[in-house]
Design a binder for this molecule. Structure first.
Ligand code: ARG
Length: 463
Protein backbone atom coordinates (compact mmCIF):
# COMPACT_ATOMS: atom_id res chain seq x y z
CA UNK A 1 0.00 0.00 0.00
CA UNK A 2 1.43 3.35 -0.97
CA UNK A 3 1.07 6.62 0.87
CA UNK A 4 -1.49 9.07 -0.44
CA UNK A 5 0.97 11.64 -1.79
CA UNK A 6 3.09 9.42 -4.05
CA UNK A 7 2.06 10.94 -7.42
CA UNK A 8 5.03 13.25 -7.48
CA UNK A 9 7.48 10.48 -6.57
CA UNK A 10 9.10 7.80 -8.67
CA UNK A 11 11.20 6.21 -5.95
CA UNK A 12 9.93 4.46 -2.83
CA UNK A 13 10.44 5.75 0.70
CA UNK A 14 13.29 4.10 2.56
CA UNK A 15 11.91 1.56 5.02
CA UNK A 16 13.54 3.12 8.05
CA UNK A 17 12.45 6.56 6.86
CA UNK A 18 8.86 5.34 6.79
CA UNK A 19 9.12 4.08 10.29
CA UNK A 20 10.81 7.30 11.28
CA UNK A 21 8.07 9.53 9.96
CA UNK A 22 4.99 7.46 10.71
CA UNK A 23 2.96 8.88 13.57
CA UNK A 24 0.10 6.40 13.40
CA UNK A 25 1.39 4.34 16.31
CA UNK A 26 0.70 7.26 18.63
CA UNK A 27 -1.74 9.57 16.85
CA UNK A 28 -4.25 6.74 16.41
CA UNK A 29 -5.51 8.05 19.73
CA UNK A 30 -6.97 10.99 17.84
CA UNK A 31 -9.36 8.78 15.84
CA UNK A 32 -12.51 10.12 17.39
CA UNK A 33 -11.67 13.78 16.96
CA UNK A 34 -10.32 13.07 13.47
CA UNK A 35 -13.61 11.52 12.42
CA UNK A 36 -15.58 14.32 14.08
CA UNK A 37 -13.51 16.81 12.08
CA UNK A 38 -14.28 14.96 8.86
CA UNK A 39 -17.99 14.75 9.65
CA UNK A 40 -18.01 18.54 10.05
CA UNK A 41 -15.86 19.12 6.99
CA UNK A 42 -18.14 17.00 4.80
CA UNK A 43 -21.05 19.18 5.93
CA UNK A 44 -19.01 22.22 4.97
CA UNK A 45 -18.32 20.73 1.53
CA UNK A 46 -21.95 19.97 0.79
CA UNK A 47 -23.04 23.41 2.01
CA UNK A 48 -20.45 24.96 -0.33
CA UNK A 49 -21.75 22.86 -3.21
CA UNK A 50 -18.45 20.99 -3.64
CA UNK A 51 -20.03 17.58 -3.15
CA UNK A 52 -23.59 16.53 -3.92
CA UNK A 53 -26.17 15.58 -1.32
CA UNK A 54 -25.84 11.96 -2.39
CA UNK A 55 -22.06 12.03 -2.06
CA UNK A 56 -22.37 13.72 1.29
CA UNK A 57 -24.72 11.04 2.46
CA UNK A 58 -22.30 8.32 1.37
CA UNK A 59 -19.38 10.01 3.09
CA UNK A 60 -21.33 10.39 6.34
CA UNK A 61 -22.38 6.77 6.21
CA UNK A 62 -18.81 5.72 5.56
CA UNK A 63 -17.46 7.85 8.39
CA UNK A 64 -20.04 6.35 10.73
CA UNK A 65 -18.85 2.89 9.70
CA UNK A 66 -15.20 3.81 10.35
CA UNK A 67 -16.24 5.25 13.69
CA UNK A 68 -18.02 2.02 14.55
CA UNK A 69 -14.89 0.00 13.73
CA UNK A 70 -12.72 2.12 16.01
CA UNK A 71 -15.33 2.05 18.76
CA UNK A 72 -15.52 -1.73 18.55
CA UNK A 73 -11.73 -1.95 18.37
CA UNK A 74 -11.91 -3.79 15.05
CA UNK A 75 -10.27 -1.12 12.89
CA UNK A 76 -7.28 -2.65 11.14
CA UNK A 77 -4.23 -0.56 10.49
CA UNK A 78 -2.46 -1.21 7.21
CA UNK A 79 1.03 -0.54 5.94
CA UNK A 80 0.91 2.91 4.36
CA UNK A 81 -1.31 4.34 7.10
CA UNK A 82 1.16 7.06 7.99
CA UNK A 83 -1.04 8.79 10.48
CA UNK A 84 -4.61 8.79 11.72
CA UNK A 85 -5.75 11.16 8.96
CA UNK A 86 -4.58 8.91 6.16
CA UNK A 87 -5.79 5.80 7.95
CA UNK A 88 -9.33 7.12 8.27
CA UNK A 89 -9.39 8.32 4.65
CA UNK A 90 -7.99 5.03 3.37
CA UNK A 91 -10.64 3.03 5.20
CA UNK A 92 -13.42 5.41 4.20
CA UNK A 93 -12.50 4.93 0.54
CA UNK A 94 -12.39 1.16 0.99
CA UNK A 95 -15.91 1.25 2.39
CA UNK A 96 -17.61 3.77 0.07
CA UNK A 97 -15.31 3.78 -2.96
CA UNK A 98 -13.82 6.70 -4.84
CA UNK A 99 -16.22 9.26 -3.38
CA UNK A 100 -14.21 8.98 -0.19
CA UNK A 101 -11.41 10.73 -2.02
CA UNK A 102 -13.53 13.89 -2.27
CA UNK A 103 -13.52 14.49 1.45
CA UNK A 104 -10.06 16.00 1.51
CA UNK A 105 -10.87 18.67 -1.11
CA UNK A 106 -9.46 21.98 0.10
CA UNK A 107 -8.31 20.46 3.36
CA UNK A 108 -4.74 19.72 4.43
CA UNK A 109 -3.42 17.52 7.13
CA UNK A 110 -1.95 20.73 8.50
CA UNK A 111 -5.29 22.27 9.42
CA UNK A 112 -6.65 18.80 10.12
CA UNK A 113 -4.05 17.76 12.70
CA UNK A 114 -4.34 21.08 14.53
CA UNK A 115 -8.13 20.66 14.60
CA UNK A 116 -7.97 17.07 15.81
CA UNK A 117 -5.51 17.88 18.57
CA UNK A 118 -7.42 20.90 19.80
CA UNK A 119 -10.69 19.00 19.84
CA UNK A 120 -9.13 16.04 21.64
CA UNK A 121 -7.53 18.35 24.17
CA UNK A 122 -10.84 20.09 24.86
CA UNK A 123 -12.33 16.71 25.75
CA UNK A 124 -9.40 15.86 28.00
CA UNK A 125 -9.61 19.22 29.75
CA UNK A 126 -13.18 18.46 30.80
CA UNK A 127 -12.03 15.18 32.37
CA UNK A 128 -8.93 16.63 34.02
CA UNK A 129 -10.98 19.46 35.47
CA UNK A 130 -13.35 16.93 36.93
CA UNK A 131 -10.47 15.05 38.59
CA UNK A 132 -9.09 18.32 39.90
CA UNK A 133 -12.42 19.26 41.49
CA UNK A 134 -12.65 15.79 42.98
CA UNK A 135 -9.28 16.27 44.65
CA UNK A 136 -10.44 19.62 45.99
CA UNK A 137 -13.49 17.88 47.43
CA UNK A 138 -11.28 15.31 49.14
CA UNK A 139 -9.22 18.11 50.68
CA UNK A 140 -12.37 19.94 51.72
CA UNK A 141 -13.81 16.87 53.47
CA UNK A 142 -10.63 16.22 55.46
CA UNK A 143 -10.28 19.91 56.32
CA UNK A 144 -13.86 19.96 57.61
CA UNK A 145 -13.30 16.82 59.65
CA UNK A 146 -10.11 18.13 61.31
CA UNK A 147 -10.90 21.74 62.07
CA UNK A 148 -10.03 21.21 65.75
CA UNK A 149 -6.63 19.63 65.17
CA UNK A 150 -3.63 21.85 65.81
CA UNK A 151 -0.28 20.88 64.32
CA UNK A 152 3.16 22.42 63.95
CA UNK A 153 3.43 24.89 61.13
CA UNK A 154 6.83 24.87 59.46
CA UNK A 155 9.14 27.25 57.71
CA UNK A 156 12.52 25.90 56.58
CA UNK A 157 11.08 22.58 57.79
CA UNK A 158 11.63 23.83 61.36
CA UNK A 159 8.70 24.08 63.75
CA UNK A 160 7.59 27.70 63.54
CA UNK A 161 4.09 28.41 64.86
CA UNK A 162 1.06 26.25 65.63
CA UNK A 163 -1.49 26.01 62.83
CA UNK A 164 -4.74 24.15 62.18
CA UNK A 165 -4.41 20.95 60.19
CA UNK A 166 -7.35 22.18 58.10
CA UNK A 167 -5.39 25.30 57.31
CA UNK A 168 -2.48 23.23 56.03
CA UNK A 169 -4.73 21.04 53.89
CA UNK A 170 -6.64 24.01 52.51
CA UNK A 171 -3.42 25.65 51.41
CA UNK A 172 -3.26 22.94 48.73
CA UNK A 173 -6.93 23.44 47.94
CA UNK A 174 -6.14 27.04 46.97
CA UNK A 175 -3.24 26.01 44.77
CA UNK A 176 -5.66 23.72 42.95
CA UNK A 177 -8.20 26.51 42.79
CA UNK A 178 -5.69 28.63 40.88
CA UNK A 179 -4.92 25.62 38.69
CA UNK A 180 -8.62 25.36 37.90
CA UNK A 181 -8.80 29.05 37.04
CA UNK A 182 -5.73 28.77 34.83
CA UNK A 183 -7.24 25.76 33.08
CA UNK A 184 -10.47 27.64 32.39
CA UNK A 185 -8.52 30.57 31.08
CA UNK A 186 -6.29 28.60 28.74
CA UNK A 187 -9.31 26.69 27.44
CA UNK A 188 -10.39 29.92 25.75
CA UNK A 189 -7.30 29.69 23.57
CA UNK A 190 -7.64 25.96 22.92
CA UNK A 191 -11.21 26.56 21.82
CA UNK A 192 -10.28 28.06 18.44
CA UNK A 193 -10.90 26.17 15.19
CA UNK A 194 -8.04 25.95 12.65
CA UNK A 195 -10.02 23.93 10.07
CA UNK A 196 -10.52 25.82 6.84
CA UNK A 197 -6.96 27.15 6.86
CA UNK A 198 -5.82 24.60 4.29
CA UNK A 199 -2.12 23.81 4.16
CA UNK A 200 -1.25 27.40 5.05
CA UNK A 201 -3.05 29.98 2.95
CA UNK A 202 -6.75 29.33 3.44
CA UNK A 203 -9.56 27.49 1.72
CA UNK A 204 -10.52 28.34 -1.87
CA UNK A 205 -13.92 26.61 -1.90
CA UNK A 206 -16.03 29.13 -0.06
CA UNK A 207 -16.15 26.83 2.96
CA UNK A 208 -18.20 28.32 5.81
CA UNK A 209 -15.86 28.29 8.78
CA UNK A 210 -18.59 29.40 11.17
CA UNK A 211 -20.51 26.29 10.16
CA UNK A 212 -17.41 24.15 10.85
CA UNK A 213 -16.89 25.80 14.24
CA UNK A 214 -20.54 25.33 15.19
CA UNK A 215 -20.53 21.70 14.07
CA UNK A 216 -17.44 20.93 16.16
CA UNK A 217 -18.44 23.07 19.12
CA UNK A 218 -15.56 25.53 18.88
CA UNK A 219 -16.15 28.98 20.35
CA UNK A 220 -14.52 30.68 17.40
CA UNK A 221 -12.27 30.10 14.38
CA UNK A 222 -8.70 31.26 13.80
CA UNK A 223 -8.10 34.66 12.23
CA UNK A 224 -4.92 33.91 10.29
CA UNK A 225 -4.38 30.71 8.33
CA UNK A 226 -0.57 30.82 8.60
CA UNK A 227 -0.79 31.17 12.37
CA UNK A 228 -3.53 28.53 12.56
CA UNK A 229 -1.40 25.73 11.10
CA UNK A 230 1.84 26.81 12.81
CA UNK A 231 0.51 27.58 16.28
CA UNK A 232 1.23 25.22 19.15
CA UNK A 233 0.93 27.84 21.89
CA UNK A 234 -2.23 26.17 23.14
CA UNK A 235 -0.16 23.04 23.82
CA UNK A 236 2.62 24.99 25.48
CA UNK A 237 0.04 26.68 27.68
CA UNK A 238 -1.58 23.38 28.52
CA UNK A 239 1.77 21.73 29.28
CA UNK A 240 2.76 24.72 31.42
CA UNK A 241 -0.51 24.41 33.26
CA UNK A 242 0.14 20.70 33.75
CA UNK A 243 3.65 21.36 35.04
CA UNK A 244 2.39 23.88 37.60
CA UNK A 245 -0.47 21.61 38.69
CA UNK A 246 1.82 18.61 38.96
CA UNK A 247 4.34 20.68 40.94
CA UNK A 248 1.55 21.37 43.44
CA UNK A 249 0.74 17.67 43.68
CA UNK A 250 4.42 16.96 44.15
CA UNK A 251 4.69 19.40 47.03
CA UNK A 252 1.61 17.93 48.66
CA UNK A 253 3.12 14.48 48.14
CA UNK A 254 6.33 15.59 49.82
CA UNK A 255 4.42 16.79 52.90
CA UNK A 256 2.50 13.52 52.98
CA UNK A 257 5.71 11.52 52.75
CA UNK A 258 7.46 13.29 55.58
CA UNK A 259 4.36 13.57 57.75
CA UNK A 260 3.80 9.82 57.45
CA UNK A 261 7.39 8.96 58.39
CA UNK A 262 8.23 7.59 61.84
CA UNK A 263 9.99 10.86 62.64
CA UNK A 264 6.75 12.81 62.22
CA UNK A 265 3.98 10.24 62.44
CA UNK A 266 1.26 12.87 61.90
CA UNK A 267 -0.66 10.85 59.36
CA UNK A 268 -0.93 7.31 58.13
CA UNK A 269 -1.56 6.40 54.52
CA UNK A 270 -4.17 3.70 53.88
CA UNK A 271 -2.91 0.25 52.92
CA UNK A 272 -4.60 0.79 49.58
CA UNK A 273 -2.04 3.46 48.72
CA UNK A 274 1.07 1.96 50.31
CA UNK A 275 3.38 -0.89 49.43
CA UNK A 276 5.73 -3.16 51.29
CA UNK A 277 9.39 -4.08 50.96
CA UNK A 278 10.58 -7.36 49.48
CA UNK A 279 13.22 -7.59 52.18
CA UNK A 280 12.17 -5.67 55.28
CA UNK A 281 8.93 -7.10 56.65
CA UNK A 282 8.09 -4.04 58.74
CA UNK A 283 8.07 -1.56 55.86
CA UNK A 284 5.01 0.34 54.71
CA UNK A 285 6.15 2.74 52.07
CA UNK A 286 4.28 5.77 50.70
CA UNK A 287 4.94 4.74 47.09
CA UNK A 288 1.76 6.43 45.88
CA UNK A 289 3.04 9.80 46.98
CA UNK A 290 6.62 9.10 45.91
CA UNK A 291 5.41 8.32 42.40
CA UNK A 292 3.26 11.44 42.33
CA UNK A 293 6.37 13.40 43.28
CA UNK A 294 8.53 11.44 40.84
CA UNK A 295 6.26 11.85 37.83
CA UNK A 296 6.78 15.58 37.97
CA UNK A 297 9.99 14.99 36.03
CA UNK A 298 8.29 13.68 32.92
CA UNK A 299 5.65 16.41 32.92
CA UNK A 300 8.21 19.20 33.23
CA UNK A 301 10.26 17.30 30.64
CA UNK A 302 7.34 17.32 28.20
CA UNK A 303 7.05 21.08 28.55
CA UNK A 304 10.78 21.64 28.12
CA UNK A 305 10.86 19.29 25.14
CA UNK A 306 7.97 21.06 23.43
CA UNK A 307 9.57 24.47 23.90
CA UNK A 308 12.75 23.14 22.40
CA UNK A 309 10.89 21.68 19.42
CA UNK A 310 9.11 24.95 18.71
CA UNK A 311 12.03 27.30 19.17
CA UNK A 312 13.46 28.43 15.86
CA UNK A 313 10.82 26.86 13.60
CA UNK A 314 10.09 28.91 10.51
CA UNK A 315 6.54 30.08 9.85
CA UNK A 316 3.55 27.73 9.54
CA UNK A 317 3.62 23.94 9.63
CA UNK A 318 6.87 22.00 9.87
CA UNK A 319 7.10 18.27 10.45
CA UNK A 320 8.91 18.93 13.71
CA UNK A 321 5.46 19.70 15.07
CA UNK A 322 4.47 16.06 14.82
CA UNK A 323 6.61 15.72 17.96
CA UNK A 324 3.89 17.53 19.91
CA UNK A 325 1.65 14.54 20.45
CA UNK A 326 3.60 12.05 22.54
CA UNK A 327 4.46 14.56 25.27
CA UNK A 328 0.87 15.79 25.20
CA UNK A 329 -0.58 12.29 25.52
CA UNK A 330 1.89 11.33 28.22
CA UNK A 331 1.15 14.47 30.20
CA UNK A 332 -2.62 13.95 30.00
CA UNK A 333 -2.25 10.29 31.01
CA UNK A 334 0.12 11.05 33.85
CA UNK A 335 -1.92 13.87 35.32
CA UNK A 336 -5.12 11.85 34.98
CA UNK A 337 -3.47 9.29 37.26
CA UNK A 338 -1.71 11.63 39.69
CA UNK A 339 -4.85 13.68 40.37
CA UNK A 340 -6.92 10.59 41.08
CA UNK A 341 -4.27 8.84 43.16
CA UNK A 342 -3.71 11.96 45.24
CA UNK A 343 -7.45 12.28 45.85
CA UNK A 344 -7.54 8.65 46.97
CA UNK A 345 -4.63 9.14 49.35
CA UNK A 346 -6.20 12.23 50.91
CA UNK A 347 -9.63 10.62 51.22
CA UNK A 348 -8.27 7.56 53.01
CA UNK A 349 -5.51 8.99 55.20
CA UNK A 350 -5.72 8.78 58.98
CA UNK A 351 -4.75 11.75 61.11
CA UNK A 352 -2.80 10.78 64.25
CA UNK A 353 -3.83 13.60 66.54
CA UNK A 354 -2.05 12.29 69.67
CA UNK A 355 1.22 11.82 67.77
CA UNK A 356 0.96 15.34 66.41
CA UNK A 357 0.54 16.80 69.90
CA UNK A 358 3.49 14.75 71.13
CA UNK A 359 5.71 16.36 68.56
CA UNK A 360 4.65 19.94 69.18
CA UNK A 361 7.66 21.82 70.52
CA UNK A 362 6.96 24.50 73.09
CA UNK A 363 9.43 26.84 71.41
CA UNK A 364 6.64 27.44 68.87
CA UNK A 365 5.20 29.65 71.63
CA UNK A 366 8.18 32.03 71.51
CA UNK A 367 6.31 34.42 69.22
CA UNK A 368 3.53 34.48 71.83
CA UNK A 369 6.03 35.62 74.45
CA UNK A 370 7.38 38.37 72.22
CA UNK A 371 3.84 39.52 71.37
CA UNK A 372 3.02 39.48 75.08
CA UNK A 373 5.91 41.82 75.89
CA UNK A 374 5.15 44.02 72.90
CA UNK A 375 1.55 44.34 74.00
CA UNK A 376 2.83 45.54 77.40
CA UNK A 377 4.73 48.32 75.67
CA UNK A 378 8.17 46.89 74.94
CA UNK A 379 9.24 47.65 71.35
CA UNK A 380 8.99 44.41 69.35
CA UNK A 381 12.69 44.40 68.42
CA UNK A 382 13.66 44.39 72.11
CA UNK A 383 10.97 41.87 72.94
CA UNK A 384 12.31 39.59 70.21
CA UNK A 385 15.80 39.80 71.73
CA UNK A 386 14.64 39.14 75.30
CA UNK A 387 12.61 36.12 74.20
CA UNK A 388 15.58 34.83 72.23
CA UNK A 389 17.55 34.74 75.48
CA UNK A 390 14.65 33.11 77.31
CA UNK A 391 14.47 30.37 74.68
CA UNK A 392 18.21 29.79 74.81
CA UNK A 393 18.10 29.45 78.60
CA UNK A 394 15.00 27.23 78.57
CA UNK A 395 16.64 24.90 76.08
CA UNK A 396 19.78 24.78 78.26
CA UNK A 397 17.60 23.85 81.25
CA UNK A 398 15.59 21.43 79.11
CA UNK A 399 12.37 23.09 80.22
CA UNK A 400 9.29 23.61 78.00
CA UNK A 401 8.29 27.27 77.67
CA UNK A 402 4.72 26.63 78.72
CA UNK A 403 5.58 25.06 82.10
CA UNK A 404 8.55 27.05 83.39
CA UNK A 405 7.32 29.07 86.38
CA UNK A 406 6.72 32.82 86.27
CA UNK A 407 9.81 33.47 88.40
CA UNK A 408 12.02 32.24 85.57
CA UNK A 409 10.43 34.71 83.15
CA UNK A 410 10.66 37.62 85.57
CA UNK A 411 14.48 37.27 85.62
CA UNK A 412 14.34 38.55 82.04
CA UNK A 413 11.59 41.17 82.31
CA UNK A 414 9.24 42.38 85.02
CA UNK A 415 6.59 42.90 82.37
CA UNK A 416 5.81 39.19 82.78
CA UNK A 417 2.84 38.82 85.11
CA UNK A 418 0.44 36.17 86.34
CA UNK A 419 -1.63 36.36 83.13
CA UNK A 420 1.33 34.89 81.19
CA UNK A 421 0.68 31.16 81.29
CA UNK A 422 -2.82 31.27 79.94
CA UNK A 423 -1.29 32.76 76.79
CA UNK A 424 1.08 29.87 76.42
CA UNK A 425 -1.04 27.19 74.77
CA UNK A 426 -0.91 26.02 71.19
CA UNK A 427 -4.65 26.46 70.74
CA UNK A 428 -4.53 29.97 71.99
CA UNK A 429 -1.56 30.77 69.77
CA UNK A 430 -3.43 29.47 66.74
CA UNK A 431 -6.74 31.10 67.62
CA UNK A 432 -5.16 34.53 68.06
CA UNK A 433 -4.55 34.56 64.29
CA UNK A 434 -7.95 35.99 63.56
CA UNK A 435 -7.04 37.88 60.39
CA UNK A 436 -8.77 36.78 57.18
CA UNK A 437 -6.71 33.90 55.87
CA UNK A 438 -5.19 33.25 59.31
CA UNK A 439 -5.16 29.99 61.25
CA UNK A 440 -7.57 31.02 64.05
CA UNK A 441 -10.66 28.84 64.31
CA UNK A 442 -13.06 31.52 63.14
CA UNK A 443 -10.82 32.51 60.28
CA UNK A 444 -10.38 28.92 59.10
CA UNK A 445 -14.12 28.29 59.41
CA UNK A 446 -14.68 31.32 57.20
CA UNK A 447 -12.02 30.09 54.77
CA UNK A 448 -13.73 26.70 54.67
CA UNK A 449 -17.03 28.33 53.77
CA UNK A 450 -15.45 30.31 50.97
CA UNK A 451 -13.56 27.31 49.62
CA UNK A 452 -16.64 25.10 49.81
CA UNK A 453 -18.60 27.67 47.88
CA UNK A 454 -15.99 27.75 45.10
CA UNK A 455 -15.62 23.98 44.93
CA UNK A 456 -19.31 23.31 45.00
CA UNK A 457 -20.23 26.17 42.66
CA UNK A 458 -23.10 25.26 40.35
CA UNK A 459 -22.04 22.56 37.96
CA UNK A 460 -18.75 21.72 39.69
CA UNK A 461 -19.88 19.04 42.07
CA UNK A 462 -21.88 16.91 39.68
CA UNK A 463 -19.58 17.29 36.67
N1 ARG B 1 1.14 13.41 11.26
C1 ARG B 1 1.28 14.81 11.01
C2 ARG B 1 1.47 15.56 12.34
O1 ARG B 1 1.17 15.00 13.31
C3 ARG B 1 0.08 15.35 10.31
C4 ARG B 1 0.36 16.56 9.50
C5 ARG B 1 1.20 16.22 8.36
N2 ARG B 1 1.33 17.31 7.49
C6 ARG B 1 2.20 17.29 6.47
N3 ARG B 1 2.25 18.33 5.73
N4 ARG B 1 2.95 16.26 6.27
O2 ARG B 1 1.94 16.67 12.38
Amino acid sequence: MTQLWTGRFSGATDALMRQFQDSIYFDVRLWESDIAGSVAYAKGLVAAGIISEAEHEMIQRGLAAVHAEFAADTFELKAGDEDIHTAVERRLTEIIGEVGGKLHTGRSRNDQVATDTRLWLKWQIVKLRHHLVHLQQAILAQAEAHLEVIMPGYTHLQQAQPIRLSHWLLSFGWMLQRDKERLDDLTLRVDVLPLGSGALSGNPLGIDRQLLADELGFATFSANSLDAVGDRDYLLEFLSWAAITQMHLSRLAEDMIIYSSQEFGFIELADAYSTGSSLMPQKKNPDSMELVRGKTGRIVGALTGMFTTMKGLPSTYNKDMQEDKEPLFDTVDTLTMTLQITAGVIETMTVKTAKIYDKMDSTMLATELADYLAKKGLPFRQAHHVVGQIVQQAIALDQPLNTIPLGFYRQFSDLFESDLHKMLTFNRAADRRTSHGGTGKEAVAEQLDYFRMLVEAVGEAEE
